[in-house]
Every structure is written in C-alpha cells, then in structure tokens.
Design a protein. Structure first.
Length: 158
C-alpha cells in the first residue's frame, strides 16, 4: 500500500475509529486519542505488507481493538474484593459527554460484548465483518450481541 493510499484511507476512517475507541474507553477521550494515534502508527509501520485496500476498515479496527486490549492489560489494577464492590463503571466516563450513562453501561459489559455492540450498532458492521475484526466465529458474535442487548436493557432500565 502506498503512502498516499494509506493517508486517503486514514482520512476516511479516522472519525469512525475515534468514535469507536471513545466508546470502548467508556468516554475517556484522552485515552481514546492516545489509542487512535498508536493504532495509526502501528498501521503505518506495517502497511507495506497490507495488500487488500478493500479490507482496510476491518484491518485498522482490528489493530485498534488489539491496541485497546494491550492497553487494558497494562492498566489493570489490583483492588481488594471489599473495595471492588464499591467501584462503579461510571467512574471511567468523562463527565463532559452527554452519553455518560451509556458509556457507564457499556463499561459493565465484557470486552467482547462491548466490541460487538459498538461495531454492530455504531459502525453498522455485519456479523461476518465483526467476526473478521474480532477473530471470533459468527455464532460467538451473535451470542455476544444477544447477551449484550439483554444486559444493556437491564442496566439502562434499572
């Protein structure tokens, strides 16, 4: 992939990718911006070996998701069980966002459920495309979506 083609694809994808990362990060825009920047750097460094421009979106979202997961692993903190009960998912939401309640609810989903919901509803990916991005089978993606919808319904209703 040439530099010009890479730049063109990034310009067409960056808003959607950033929106996706903001939702994955439960509204933390600064962290999402850092992850987006890291994603684009990783993609640029490996774009010479990428030869399927029609699959650029799935490729870049996969890199973003892996970057997010790596970031999550390094951010894990160890809290006593008693303290963990008092923590709320809303703590990770940026107060400046009007979708704070939704981000807090998304924060209570597993990473695979959150990823599936965001790609399906925000980015309008098909189950097959989500399967390509996440590396999970189509049945697993359907199960993640079903489980996430049920959990979100309960969280947002209560």
């Amino acid at each position: 992939m040439t530099r010009e083609l890479f730049v063109a694809h990034v310009e067409g994808t960056q808003k959607a990718l950033r929106r996706f990362l903001v939702a994955l990060c439960c509204g933390d825009t600064q962290r999402a911006d850092d992850l987006a920047q890291e994603t684009f750097v990783k993609a640029y460094l490996s774009c010479d070996g990428f030869n399927s421009p029609e699959k650029f979106n799935a490729w870049i979202f996969r890199i973003a998701y892996n970057t997010f997961l790596n970031s999550q692993r390094s951010r894990r903190c160890h809290v006593a069980v008693d303290e963990a009960y008092s923590l709320e998912a809303a703590e990770c939401a940026d107060g400046a966002f009007r979708y704070q309640e939704l981000y807090a609810a998304l924060g209570q989903l597993s990473e695979s459920e959150r990823m599936s919901v965001l790609l399906y509803y925000m980015e309008e990916y098909s189950v097959k495309e989500i399967s390509e991005v996440t590396g999970a089978g189509t049945d697993a993606v359907r199960q993640h979506l079903s489980r996430a919808r049920r959990r979100l319904r309960g969280i947002l209703a209560g």
